[in-house]
Design a protein around this ligand. Sequence first.
Ligand code: C5P
Length: 224
Amino acid sequence: MVAGLIAAAGRGERLGGARPKALVGLAGKPLVGRAAAAIAPACDLLVVAVPADADPAPFREALAECGVVARVCAGGAARSLSVKAALREAEGADRIVVHDAARPFATPALVQACLDALAEADAAIAAVPLTDTVKESRDGRFVDRTLDRSRLWAVQTPQAFRRSALERALARPDRELAAATDEASLVERDGGRVRLVASTPRNLKITVPADLELAEALLACRTR
Ligand code: C5P
């Protein structure tokens, strides 16, 4: 059984606006509904983690608006804590798909490719090779070094996990979980095998207002 966990408990401060980011509309439909609908066909059960101090009603409405049936739970103070809270609601599932509410363009095919890759790994994550040259700077003013781009991948969600690997990864102290930017990095630290699954830059994450403009433009192209 496959459970999809949607991390939708972020504030979206970099996007601005009064509402939680997951409720922001993209071409009239809320991000959380779009993200959940995108992964729903590959999942038997969906759990959506929403801000603990927010009224869950608008989230339920946003999901219903996109035709999604999902459990809603209170998220945590950081992304991996939200995923941990959602995992508690997904009893019975042996494979888990973690997905950001902020990624409305995932496809069921991409989710399925991640799930299929679990045959040879503990986790399988959507990723694209980097096209920009990446530099490291400690002070944010001067460059210390340039990384070898040929070996670098930008990682997205969906990320699929064998349940045992994700449970072990999330069994860390909250302080460690709060520092993680994705759950696959925790599996890596446990010595687990993490498989890259080729994705596309179209599976973009809505973080700043410019991302929303890009997403609106992408949708407009599709419907033209
Ligand atoms: O902050 P960032 O854009 O990296 O967040 C990625 C995803 O994690 C978003 O969909 C956001 O809603 C979610 N998140 C969460 N709980 C938090 C912080 C972020 O579910 N406490």
